[in-house]
Design a protein around this ligand. Structure first.
Ligand code: UDP
Ligand code: MG
Length: 317
């Protein structure tokens, strides 16, 4: 609808990834249903069950039976949040698509504010979290990640914006056409361009249950985000390597000169067998740096490998 015509009947798709959210589903259903009464627009809810092992899927099937506008996709196993969101986007049919979490951290009551912006002609309206309810350490990590990503990324990825957003159909079509399998939705969304705007909101605490993003999943997401949208880590390792090589050339020349002149510096000559400590520590430092550089390259290689294999990013059971 970003064309600016105020048509009355729009269809809203709400995409929700679900992974073991049994305690939240009935609340999610009633909150969305009561919020939707106020929108007055037609809507569908596309729930993607990301291989839950609790009763989430059964509950969702029951909801679908009484409210057919709730559609359920069920993955054959846990493919991860980003794959679930991507699949939801892929199968949604609305003129505008909203992405939100199943744990009610993204309140459905906030959606009208987003839709207003969309009606003003913005193609992407993303949420900026003003307050987080997580622990201090987690908050600090998030802060650091978003600022680092902003610094390093080759595109303009907004700070503190998660996946909670509203996307115009034109952007949805761009996302659908993107061939990559490793998906970092908020990065792709920024990459797509169009008219984008942020809306601030207070991120609510999780309604019930434990976070489904484990620490390792979060780290993986952060690393993927960095690697897919920035080649700075590769450049850093290359330049770091170059500088160290230059430095060691200088030091080799210096050492050789010193050995030839055979003079005492600080009461020491190269021909005495001293210096073992410094040599060993230098070797360790250098091999550490080399391994680090190799690791960075390996990370990129792994992403390339994934893309070359061309496996499907999700499987619907
Ligand atoms: N989620 C998912 N697959 C996963 C992990 C999480 O679909 O492997 C869903 C989860 O059910 C929730 C959303 O992604 O709807 C966000 O997860 P979570 O609340 O754990 O993340 P956080 O809010 O801590 O970032
Ligand atoms: Mg959450």
């Amino acid at each position: 609808m970003a064309s600016g015509i105020l048509s009355v009947h729009v269809m809203i798709s709400i995409v929700i990834p679900v992974y073991n959210e049994a305690e939240n589903i009935s609340e999610l259903y009633s909150r969305i249903t009561s919020a939707a009464e106020k929108w007055g627009d037609d809507y569908e809810v596309v729930v993607v069950d990301d291989g839950s092992s609790d009763s989430s899927l059964q509950q969702l099937e029951m909801i679908h039976r009484k409210a057919p506008r709730w559609k359920v996709l069920s993955f054959s196993r846990n493919f991860g949040h980003q794959a679930a969101v991507s699949a939801g986007i892929f199968y949604s049919r609305g003129d505008v698509v909203a992405l939100m979490d199943a744990d009610l951290q993204d309140p459905p009551e906030e959606l009208p504010r987003f839709l207003d912006k969309w009606r003003e002609g913005y193609h992407v309206v993303y949420a900026i979290r003003t307050k987080r309810k997580e622990g201090l350490l987690k908050r600090a990590c998030y802060k650091l990640f978003y600022r680092l990503l902003r610094r390093l990324a080759s595109i303009d990825i907004p700070v503190d914006a998660g996946d909670f957003c509203v996307l115009d159909r034109s952007v949805v079509e761009v996302l659908k056409a993107m061939p990559e399998r490793t998906r970092f939705v908020r990065g792709l969304r920024s990459w797509a361009g169009f008219r984008q705007v942020g809306v601030t909101y207070e991120r609510a605490p999780r309604h019930a249950g434990a976070p489904k993003y484990t620490f390792s999943k979060l780290v993986r997401l952060a690393v993927t985000g960095m690697l897919l949208f920035s080649s700075v880590p590769l450049k850093v390792s290359a330049w770091g390597g170059l500088c160290l090589c230059a430095l060691s050339m200088l030091s080799i020349l210096g050492m050789a000169g010193w050995a030839l002149l055979d003079i005492r510096i600080f009461g020491m000559r190269p021909r005495d067998a001293t210096g073992w400590t410094s040599i060993v520590s230098l070797i360790m430092l250098m091999s550490g740096l080399q391994l680090m550089a190799l690791g960075v390259i390996g990370q990129y290689l792994a992403r390339i490998f994934d893309e070359v294999l061309g496996r499907r990013p999700w499987i619907i059971a």
